[in-house]
Write a protein that binds this ligand. Structure first.
Ligand SMILES: [Zn+2]
Length: 203
């Protein structure tokens, strides 16, 4: 496109990506930009060559304020200069006036196609982003579950180790007791036998 009044369109792509990023990816709400009508001023982008208050304009907005120079950024109106309310956001009134005539049919169709394509790509990117977030959430849940299972597993192992240790201690004590009993029994038997032998040999 030939430069128009010194406007080369530089930086346009970054403006597109920035403007489109306003759409809500999370809620999946419609990305369709509002088409300008007689009562709805077009969406706009800042343009270094056409900005500020138009002090020479005889027109006034609904606020009775001097209009601001703006450049439209929506579908076939993309790049058309207009005058609009100098306020922004919800304070902005609906008054506006085109400066540039509507683009010819060929350029209009191309612009519409570009917008459709950009919105389609953005919609795809948004869906992929949602999918990615879902997968990240699922991964986090799985990871948490695995960690919990590892902790539970460790607790069971520790409990088993404690039980085994206690059993070993009990068994060794019991064994020690039995051994002592056996030794005591054998020594008393031996004593008894020698007493018996002595008694028998005395007769
Ligand atoms: Zn106004």
């Amino acid at each position: 496109m030939a430069p128009r009044n010194g406007y080369t369109g530089e930086g346009g792509s970054s403006v597109i990506s920035r403007d489109l990023s306003h759409g809500s990816v999370e809620s999946g709400e419609s990305l369709q930009p509002v088409q300008p009508t007689a009562d709805v001023p077009p969406e706009e982008i800042p343009d270094p060559e056409f900005l500020g208050i138009d002090t020479s304009s005889p027109h006034r907005c609904h606020h009775e304020m001097r209009p601001a120079r703006k450049v439209a950024f929506v579908y076939a109106a993309t790049g058309r200069r207009f005058l609009g309310c100098p306020l922004s956001g919800p304070d902005r009134c609906s008054w506006f006036m085109w400066i540039d005539e509507a683009w010819g049919p060929v350029l209009s169709r191309s612009l519409i196609q570009l917008w459709d394509q950009a919105l389609l790509d953005y919609g795809r990117a948004a869906r992929l982003q949602t999918k990615k977030k879902e997968m990240e959430q699922a991964y986090l849940e799985l990871w948490t579950e695995r960690s919990n299972m590892e902790i539970e597993n460790q607790q069971v192992v520790n409990k088993l180790k404690t039980i085994i240790l206690h059993t070993e201690i009990k068994m060794s004590r019991r064994l020690e007791f039995h051994t002592k009993m056996c030794v005591a029994f054998i020594s008393s038997a031996v004593t008894l036998a020698s007493v018996l032998a002595y008694v028998l040999s005395a007769h």
